[in-house]
Design a protein around this ligand. Structure first.
Ligand code: GLU
Length: 334
């Protein structure tokens, strides 16, 4: 019998002291940048302090390196979509997710209604709002309240601590999320949404309002990087197969309509959110959490993605690279 290794080889991170120094350098390099604008289509997000900038890297063995405002809490927003997808994959499996939600990029903005109409009501993937609302509706539970509990508890297991809602963010978004309500009604008209549209949008909006820090994002991402084992609690949150499926969707669709550019420049599965968070996952190694509220036109943190690009190159995280490439002098465009 051949001795079959259990772990796919993805290479190793440099020594801990080197990783720590590079995380600090990434923060110092981009700290002064003022490029990008803070999102304000959800009114309260416009009040975020644009100076905040935190970076965190958690290795799969639980070692944490951070710099700047890595412990400042912000609403997780779209990054929740990645972890709800993992929970739904765990509950209903690969085939069902493929069939009912889809895994292909739309090439259109995250809140596009046209994408739905162009694809006969298919939400296309769980990272755009249509697909995310449809995915949340597939969470286990008979009632909306049970589904919400499953979301909150599931995301808390990824973070390794109880996550709570920012009530101000929740109320601000509920009062202004007409587009998401329209998307849910449209999904219902195509027979693509399980449950009451108003209730499903509310659960989705609550999941987006959960408070996390860059440190939490790194732990949540590192759980996906290590076959579902949380480096903080050592709890098995989801299976290794679910991590693989979730990361493939993030690679294709996680960074909005610029997912191709992200993969080309940075080369790891990732998800960003409009409050300025990014989680970037290096399978087998660990994950980066970043937070900085100024965004590019697609809705991704400018300083966060520059720091991820720098760290991906200097730490050798790019999945498509067979050796470490020196960081580029140039930056990601705003
Ligand atoms: N709650 C936000 C929305 O649905 C999330 C958007 C995002 O972070 O991309 O519009």
């Amino acid at each position: 019998m051949l001795d079959v290794p259990q772990r796919a080889r993805t290479g190793d991170l440099p020594a801990e002291t080197r990783v720590a120094a590079l995380v600090r350098e990434a923060h110092a390099r981009y700290a002064a940048s003022q490029d990008g604008t803070v999102a304000d289509y959800i009114p309260i997000l416009g009040e975020a302090d644009p100076r905040l900038f935190g970076l965190s890297l958690t290795e799969v063995d639980g070692t944490v390196h951070h710099a700047g405002d890595a412990d400042v809490a912000f609403s997780v927003q779209s990054i929740s979509k990645a972890f709800v997808l993992a929970l739904v994959c765990e509950s209903i499996g690969h085939e069902q997710v493929h069939r009912t939600v889809g895994v292909n990029n739309t090439g259109l903005p995250f809140s596009s209604v046209i994408a739905l109409e162009l694809n006969e009501g298919s939400p296309m993937n769980p990272m755009v709002n249509a697909g995310a609302i449809a995915t949340t509706a597939l969470m286990p539970g008979e009632t909306a309240e049970q589904k919400w509990r499953a979301v909150q508890e599931g995301l808390s297991r990824f973070a390794g601590r109880p996550l709570e809602i920012d009530q101000q963010v929740l109320h601000s978004e509920i009062a202004s999320n007409h587009r998401n309500q329209g998307i849910s009604e449209l999904l219902t008209s195509y027979g693509r949404l399980r449950g009451q549209p108003e209730e499903m949008v509310e659960i989705y909006t609550r999941q987006c309002s959960l408070l996390v820090t860059a440190d939490d994002l790194a732990v949540m991402g590192a759980t996906l990087a290590d076959g579902g084992v949380n480096p903080r609690t050592r709890q098995q949150v989801v299976s290794p197969e679910v991590c693989r499926d979730t990361l493939s969707v993030l690679a294709a669709c996680g960074m909005y309509e610029r997912s191709g550019e992200w993969l080309f420049e940075i080369g790891v599965p990732a998800k960003s959110g409009v409050s300025g968070g990014i989680v970037a996952i290096a399978p087998g190694k660990g994950a980066l959490g970043a937070f900085s509220p100024r965004l590019d036109r697609a809705g991704t943190s400018v300083r966060g993605q520059r720091a991820c690009a720098f760290l991906s190159r200097s730490l050798g995280l790019n999945l498509f690279a067979s050796r470490i490439h020196p960081p580029k002098g140039s930056d990601i465009d705003e």
